[in-house]
Ligand binder design. Structure first.
Ligand code: G6P
Length: 369
């Protein structure tokens, strides 16, 4: 056990640090300087994707958060409508399926009971086809799907998912690019996005170098009962994932909100005992986020801001701390910003002395309903 963990204290930490390699493996032989390579979804894949007029993404837990990021990407670049839903809801309601909709199941294990049942249910609902994004080639979800795109994270032991998530984002980014290209995204922009994606392993490597600063931030959180995560745009699902990581392994109650929703409820909770962790986008939404942060500051809340190094954010914005990260570009930034949030949750949990790899009451794979 200790041998497999090598120099790392927990599997989770090892798996966080494996992400540059896992993401590079997931990109291997799938993308090149001229774009996404042919047939990465199988020989019939391209023809089927050409016919797609909409997508329904179904998943649970962390895999659901990956689906939420993909919605931002696919709608922006491929201009196709995407709906994302947790499997346990989808399977029991009468979802409307427009013609030529692709069903996508995202699952690390490929054995999650609700995801598998949702996929079986989808067969009755008249989809164009099914695509599995999964980490286990011999799993039920992969066996039953028409198309598959494997994540190549390797075995993930820590119950809290880390490298499975960033490799899912990698696979979904490839899908978004393929769909965008087929639907006529401006070629220069397409190549620029492909270049960003190829740079993702390096960008994650850089983000991992922030570990010492994150350990310092973690010390601020260990005696807290609650934390609020904020994000906007594609960084909103990243905030959701950061909050899930924190609650899963540190047992601190955490919630995530799209920052624009702050004044519709969560602001009532903000006081000096409520740390607010913001993931700042770099783009048109940055100014909007700044004004959300002012509202928090005015109420004495401690702010931890994860900001893009290219973003113009004054140091005094935070009544707390700003950590600057090179997001590697607008497209891949959600995957890059995930990493410091994983490290934050990990170090808070370590400092609180919880069982990081085996959090209480949780299972790695939920194979019963
Ligand atoms: C459990 C795990 C999570 C995982 C979720 C979905 O809750 O603890 O880490 O995200 O199941 O699992 P899947 O294998 O379908 O991605």
């Amino acid at each position: 056990d200790a041998v497999e963990r090598g120099e790392y204290r927990h599997y989770m930490q090892k798996e966080i640090f494996e992400q540059p390699r896992a993401v590079a493996d997931t990109l291997e032989a799938r993308i090149g300087p001229h774009g996404v390579l042919p047939n990465i979804f199988g020989v019939d894949g391209e023809a089927l994707l050409q016919r797609v007029r909409g997508l329904h993404i179904i998943a649970c837990g962390t895999s659901y958060h990956a689906g939420l990021v993909a919605k931002y990407w696919i709608e922006e670049y491929a201009r196709l409508p995407v709906s994302v839903e947790v499997a346990s809801e989808y399977r029991y309601r009468e979802a409307v399926v427009p013609d030529d909709t692709l069903f996508i199941a995202i699952s690390q294990s490929g054995e999650t009971a609700d995801t598998l049942a949702a996929m079986r249910e989808s067969r009755r609902r008249g989809y164009l086809g099914t695509l599995a994004i999964c980490n286990v080639p011999e799993s039920s979800v992969v066996r039953e799907a028409d198309l598959k795109l494997m994540t190549r994270a390797g075995p993930e032991i820590g119950v809290a998912s880390t490298k499975a998530f960033t490799t899912q984002l990698t696979a979904l980014a490839l899908l978004a690019l393929q769909l965008a290209h087929q639907r006529g995204l401006d070629h220069a922009r397409y190549i620029e996005l492909c270049t960003q994606l190829q740079h993702l392993p390096r960008a994650i490597e850089n983000a991992l170098k922030l570990e010492p600063q994150i350990i310092e931030l973690a010390a601020h959180l260990i005696h807290r009962q609650h934390a609020l995560f904020l994000g906007r745009g594609a960084q909103y699902p990243v905030a959701l994932e950061g909050s899930l990581k924190l609650k899963e392994i540190s047992y601190i109650h955490a919630e995530a909100y799209p920052a624009g929703e702050l004044k519709h409820g969560p602001l009532a909770l903000v006081d000096e005992d409520m740390p607010v962790i913001a993931v700042a986008p770099n783009g048109p939404l940055l100014d909007k986020l700044k004004s959300n942060l002012q509202e928090v500051r005015a109420r004495g809340g401690e702010l931890l801001v994860f900001a893009d190094s290219a973003a113009h954010l004054e140091d005094n914005i935070a009544h707390g701390a700003i950590l600057r990260i090179d997001g590697g570009g607008d497209f891949i930034a959600p995957a890059v910003f995930t990493v410091p949030l994983q490290l934050l949750a990990y170090h808070v949990a370590v400092l609180r002395g919880t069982d990081v790899d085996q959090p209480r009451n949780l299972a790695k794979s939920v194979t019963v309903e």
